[in-house]
Design a protein. Sequence first.
Length: 115
Amino acid sequence: MGTNQEKEYNILAMKSDIKKILVICYHQEILNTLERILLKTPNYKPNVSSDIASTNSYLSENKFDAIILGSGIPENQEQKIERWVKNNTSSTAIIYHYGGGSGLLFNELESIFGN
């Protein structure tokens, strides 16, 4: 069974494996699909953004393990996000995901998280 202390340790260990992911995509239907796919994986905690204002808010108030850049983001805004990540965090990975299905998405995430 295990002691209460062992159970608490296991819960903390599981929580530390949770990866915070910011998904930015300006096509709402695709964004909804990406969020739904990521929510199926218990150790992924996605936040989603479909505009630059909420993206800026998420970036200034949170730390993410990965940022997924999806379709529809203007190039100048993509570059601003890339600069922000480069200047403010060394541990956040950027994934450029413009389609290819959930298998490709999970492979991209596994390549950075080593799952």
